[in-house]
Design a binder for this molecule. Sequence first.
Ligand SMILES: Cc1cc2nc3c(=O)[nH]c(=O)nc-3n(C[C@H](O)[C@H](O)[C@H](O)COP(=O)(O)OP(=O)(O)OC[C@H]3O[C@@H](n4cnc5c(N)ncnc54)[C@H](O)[C@@H]3O)c2cc1C
Length: 347
Amino acid sequence: MTVTKNASLLKHNTFGIEATAAAWAEYDSENELRQLLTLVEEGQLPRPLLHVGAGSNLLFLADYAGTVLHSRIGGVEVLAETPEEVLVRVGSGMVFDRFVEYAVACGWHGLENLSLVPGEVGGAAVQNIGAYGVEAADFIERVEGVWLADGHRDEWPKTACDYSYRHSIFKSKLRAEIAVTAVTFRLSKVFSPRLDYGGLRKAMAEQGLDEARLSPQQLRELVISIRRSKLPDPQVLGNAGSFFMNPVVEAAAYERLLASYPAMPCYPLPDGRVKVPAAWLIERAGWKGRQMGPAAVHDRQALVLVNRGGATGRDILRLSDAVREAVRQQFGIDLQPEVNMIGSASL
Ligand SMILES: Cc1cc2nc3c(=O)[nH]c(=O)nc-3n(C[C@H](O)[C@H](O)[C@H](O)COP(=O)(O)OP(=O)(O)OC[C@H]3O[C@@H](n4cnc5c(N)ncnc54)[C@H](O)[C@@H]3O)c2cc1C
């Protein structure tokens, strides 16, 4: 385990925000985590506690006065296997895409559409990451963690994780209470690709790929190539992916909006409500590509706010507030940030 006092968080958030933590503490096992919690208990490490992954969904609004915890627990362990499926337990500190790459190589299927989503396995389970019609929760069997208050171990079967769109119990009721240490996935050994979302079929046709002969590796590479063409690379332009969630509106409200905006795209949900792409709302409100100081709305993907260099968390927040206000004024919809704000406004 390692502890660094007055640590820079610059390398630990993909927005590239310069902030410091009073302490940065990394652990390689549950036992080491418990030792760190004892140091906190004894007053040798400051409270409050914040657990992060790769920082790909965080916005630091200020320096952090407490201890930032990070898991380096890795490892992939097969717990059970049948000819049809495999139950595999993965350490929370593993880079999520390394696991997807490994799973594809092993012939374990389901996660191909989530290729190249940044972050770690723990973060993926907290955030319930999703892309191209697939969510992490579709394949999560169980989440293991440690209570930060007293270090005791616990586990949550998927049914106790309260998963829905970009939501879990670890983001809501148990926010800041648990360190996720391992995640168990149930993956299929039979490849049944999901291709109905996000222009996958169109991209396949463009690349001359035949659906009947599509391999898992080809699907992974296809998803990676689409993502690289659409999303800014945080190494080049600081960002945290989609800054806002796609709003879900009641059917009646959607009908009213449709009367004014007949071209408004939508995804009907099973419960009768309608999901509207936030990117479309932002673009129609005139904010795609607009800049406010060092913060900007990306010029190719309106859902992504970027740090054009030297932005503070407050700069990004000001831009986010302006975008939300514009969308509220024009459509009467209050966009909710997907990114976790860390600072005086929240934790
Ligand atoms: C370029 C780009 C593209 C993206 N594309 C997508 C996408 O397609 N789909 C999508 O869903 N997301 C996307 N994201 C967002 C991001 O990849 C996910 O939210 C990811 O799961 C965050 O993981 P992380 O390890 O970086 O977590 P962090 O950002 O470090 O943390 C996120 C949250 O999880 C908590 N947390 C993290 N690890 C733990 C742990 N071990 N124990 C307890 N709590 C923990 C943190 O406290 C925080 O609340 C994108 C981000 C970027 C930068």
